[in-house]
Ligand binder design. Structure first.
Ligand code: SF4
Length: 475
């Protein structure tokens, strides 16, 4: 069955569900039911939660920030790190008293964690008050499963082992009003030896370009200024389709969409960073001059055992190419310390490449064994103390370089897309530069959604401070 055929079948399947659900909408509207979603993990999961929320609004639910007010509490889980898993179990366990106080409360758990062997059975036996469990491949069936859960005395479980089609027309209730996530592909083929994603999210499936472009046209029509294209391996977009329309082609088409002023994307794999993509980033004015390019480790021995498919020399060569073509590029990365077998010398090679590349920032992680991955079976695991020591030293280097790079912004005027009011201070606005630096500034809320010229007055490792250099009425 072709991708296009699979798409239409799945979309039709969803429409049928909606028609079925339509008959039950009154039941929810009349009672004024509220939902609360707790999301763990990456931006893909955050956007999946926006889709779950979109489906809930479609059938009449409204959102609440207060779990005690909620008639439905849903955990959208992540299994990439052990900590997040443990937090899910702790937080679900804490809801037992909620359920006792309100037997009509529906508790659901979905997302990557549910795709792992035995997790759903463990949850069912340990937390029998959970009403609904479903996985990543059937997210679009959520309303139907929810209604089954409402009518059942038992836990409703639906986990599909294999990925289904790419399903279009799932509504999303977007959390932001200026910047929107757009998933352009699902899954990953890379099987890095530490990573669970290919097992729980399936193989790479790209959305059709017309579906992506029409979603972005619609977002532009609704006033969105920025899109961030998402995929576990975003720059391999299109390789599962016909290889004639690839990621750089998509970027060029989005660059032509009126109203959209900035285009971001994540996460890129170094092996798929083509010359065409680098050239496209340089030539397309709306494509932000920021590249998140995970290196994970600086030692070839470790990169090989991680199955990353590049060497440190390959990676350095790519960075050199990018910096030559786009001198203003901001580079960020992901780094894992304490991978099985990592010696002090291997770690020093990671530190060395951090000093060479001089990343604008980095997400740094302690290696966490994930059940079912090749790295988890290795006998040469690194003691936790050694991992923590390496992480501290790595973070010192990363934060020092970030601060040095940010201090160089002081006194400069930069273009900031103002995204909203700061979470921490209601009298401060927040936005980002083209290079993905967070900038906090004083200013009128009229600035939200506009690109302001801002003079940078102060710098920290993770953010900049500034003041508007051009009055709002001149923008
Ligand atoms: S590229 Fe590697 S780390 Fe990233 S999702 Fe795929 S398997 Fe995981």
């Amino acid at each position: 069955m072709s991708n296009r055929r699979k798409d239409s079948v799945s979309s039709l399947e969803r429409l049928e569900q909606i028609q079925y659900i339509d008959n039950l909408k009154n039941r929810i509207f009349k009672k004024g039911l509220k939902y609360h979603i707790v999301t763990y993990g990456c931006q893909m999961n955050v956007h999946d939660s926006e889709k779950l929320a979109g489906m809930l609004h479609e059938i009449g639910y409204t959102q609440t920030d207060d779990q005690r007010q909620a008639d439905l509490i849903l955990f959208n889980t992540c299994c990439v790190r052990e900590n997040a898993e443990l937090r899910v179990y702790g937080n679900v366990g804490a809801l037992k008293s909620f359920k006792q106080a309100n037997p009509n409360l529906i508790i659901g758990i979905c997302g990557c964690m549910m795709q792992q062997n035995d997790v759903s059975e463990y949850i069912k036996s340990t937390f029998p008050f959970v009403d609904l469990i479903f996985g990543t491949h059937n997210l679009h069936r959520f309303p139907l499963l929810l209604l089954q859960a409402m009518d059942s005395n038992q836990t409703v479980i639906e986990i599909l082992d294999t990925e289904g089609a790419v399903v279009e027309h799932v509504p999303a209730k977007r959390a932001k009003e200026v910047s929107a996530w757009v998933t352009i592909m699902y899954g990953c083929n890379n099987f890095c030896s530490y990573c669970i994603v290919p097992y729980v999210r399936g193989r790479e499936r790209s959305r059709l370009k017309d579906d992506i472009l029409s979603e972005i046209h619609e977002l532009a029509g609704r006033g969105y200024k920025e899109v961030t294209l998402l995929g576990q391996n975003v720059n391999s977009y299109g390789k599962d389709l016909n290889h004639k329309y690839l990621f750089h082609n998509l970027l060029r088409d989005i660059n032509e969409i009126n109203g959209i002023q900035r285009i971001r994307f994540m996460t890129s794999h170094p092996k798929d960073l083509s010359d065409e993509l680098i050239q496209t980033m340089a030539e397309c004015d709306k494509v932000c001059k920021h590249l998140h390019l995970p290196i994970q480790a600086g030692s070839n021995r470790i990169l090989h055992s991680m199955n990353r498919k590049y060497t440190r020399e390959d990676y350095s060569g790519l960075v050199g190419k990018v910096k030559a073509v786009i001198p203003e590029i901001a580079l960020t990365t992901d780094i894992i310390v304490g991978f099985p077998g990592e010696t002090e010398n291997d770690f020093l090679e990671t530190l060395e490449i951090v000093e060479q590349v001089r990343y604008d920032s980095a997400f740094t992680f302690l290696y966490s064994p994930r059940k079912g991955t090749p790295a988890e079976k290795r006998k040469d695991q690194i003691p936790q103390d050694a991992k923590k020591d390496r992480l501290l030293r790595l973070n010192d280097a990363v934060n020092r370089i970030s601060l040095e790079k940010n201090l160089a912004y002081i006194g400069r005027n930069v273009e900031v897309l103002v995204e909203g009011v700061s979470k921490n201070r209601t009298d401060v606005l927040t936005g980002r530069t083209d290079t993905n630096k967070t900038v906090n500034l004083k200013g009128d809320s009229d600035l939200i959604g506009k690109i302001a010229t801002v003079e940078i007055t102060n710098a920290h490792s993770w953010s900049l401070e500034g003041r508007v250099a051009v009055p709002a009425d001149l923008l």
